[in-house]
Design a protein around this ligand. Structure first.
Ligand SMILES: Cc1ncc(COP(=O)(O)O)c(C=O)c1O
Length: 387
């Protein structure tokens, strides 16, 4: 057994990253300065979008996208229950109503047929999530949206570096949201980004993150202007130059990071495919996952233990497994506010009972990967039922 706990996710920060941050600390700009623009430009180029607007977190980026998408009280937006609460919360921030649609059994991404059934005359947007790094079914979702004049805000917090039909995630939806939390493919500590090809959305996003002000401090200084105008009710959601310096460096390693995650995923698949007690995450032919997570599903009928016992057994082996996600509608806030009782979204709920995320991050060593495989073998063999 391992001597120390292997976390399910972890950042990788090298000496050059640290030096880049130190250099900014010695410069004139700590917050919105040249590094913000540099990071945004490099990011837009990398994903193939016309615009990239940075935010202080993925959650702030989601809030801004919901605002720019025009969500308002009385509107509905269709999203998945199989996500982190922030995806649905951004709809509530705008006073609109999240309407969940169940997920597909294979990828646990939004099922387009279920989305179609949930669309009403009040629907304004669809918010698919690229669960675990696997792109959502974007073509059918975009078709539903196009037919009805809806906006697609893709939560790609898991999917930087992923592809769908050979196109980069970030270049496909009306707006795509990313997170740079430390467990993600690149990190800025906290941080987020929205990419879009729509100049109007980009302008609104920039204003929204800066108190609704129509020009930023650097522009005003370079133009010698004291004047500014607050034109909408925004927030201070700016990402700092300190963070962006880290982001610029991290972005250069994105391909390497995604390739390493893919290699780990392939190794897990190879080593665990012989176990009928688990269902491994699928990758559809049109998709290249960026493998943010490696969620396995337990086939409980082939085990003598439930998920909680298997989870505890793996933790006892010092494997820092996790669970992604408690379906959003089952959280007390959503139950109390909207009356969910469980049973509304059977595919997501049954998946939740069976899910365990194995450690997955680009900094894992071969030894770490071996430790996970060995522990999973041991626990599954121990709890395997005879049938
Ligand atoms: C799917 C999803 N959406 C949104 C977020 C929120 O991002 P952040 O933590 O950067 O606010 C996360 C979290 O990490 C996430 O996993």
């Amino acid at each position: 057994m391992r001597a120390t706990l292997l976390p399910y996710g972890h950042q990788s920060v090298d000496e050059k990253d640290i030096q880049a941050v130190v250099d900014v600390l010695r410069s004139d700009w700590l917050t919105t300065g040249p590094k913000v623009a540099e990071f945004e430009e490099a990011f837009a180029e990398r994903v193939g979008a016309k615009h990239a607007v940075s935010f202080s977190s993925g959650t702030a980026a989601l809030h801004a996208a919901a605002f720019a998408g025009g969500l308002k009280p009385g509107d509905e937006a269709v999203t998945t229950p199989m996500t982190f609460a922030a995806t649905a919360n951004c709809i509530l921030y705008q006073g609109a109503t999240p309407v969940f649609a169940d997920v597909s059994l294979d990828t646990l991404n939004l099922d387009p047929r279920q989305v179609e059934q949930r669309v009403t005359p009040k629907t304004r947007a669809i918010l698919p999530v690229d669960y675990a790094g696997h792109p959502a079914d974007l073509d059918p979702i975009r078709k539903i949206a196009a037919d009805r004049g809806l906006i697609v805000i893709e939560d790609a917090s898991h999917a930087l570096g992923a592809q769908y039909h050979d196109r980069n995630v970030g270049s496909i939806s009306d707006m795509t949201v990313f997170s740079f939390h430390p467990v993600k493919h690149i990190t800025t500590g906290e941080g987020g980004m929205v990419t879009t090809n729509n100049a109007q959305f980009a302008e609104t996003l920039r204003r929204f993150r800066n108190h609704g002000i129509s020009s930023d401090a650097r522009q005003r200084q370079s133009q010698g202007h004291w004047h500014y105008e607050m034109v909408l009710l925004g927030f201070n959601y700016r990402l700092t130059d300190i963070a962006c310096a880290l982001g610029i460096r991290q972005l250069r390693r994105l391909d390497e990071n995604v390739a390493r995650r893919r290699a780990i995923a392939m190794r897990y698949c190879e080593e665990l495919s012989g176990f009928p007690q688990v269902i491994l995450p699928a990758e559809k032919s049109e998709a290249r996952s960026s493998w943010h997570l490696f969620p396995i599903r337990l086939r409980l009928e082939r085990l003598t233990a439930d998920r909680a016992q298997i989870f505890r057994a793996l933790r006892a082996e010092n494997i820092g497994v996790n669970v992604h996600y408690i379906p959003v509608h089952l959280h007390p806030y959503y139950r109390d506010r909207f009356g969910y009782k469980g049973g509304e979204y059977p595919v997501a709920e049954q998946a939740y009972e069976r899910l365990i995320s194995l450690p997955m991050f680009h900094g894992m060593t071969e030894r770490d990967v071996e430790d996970v495989i060995r522990a999973v073998h041991k626990v599954l063999t121990y709890f395997a039922s005879d049938i």
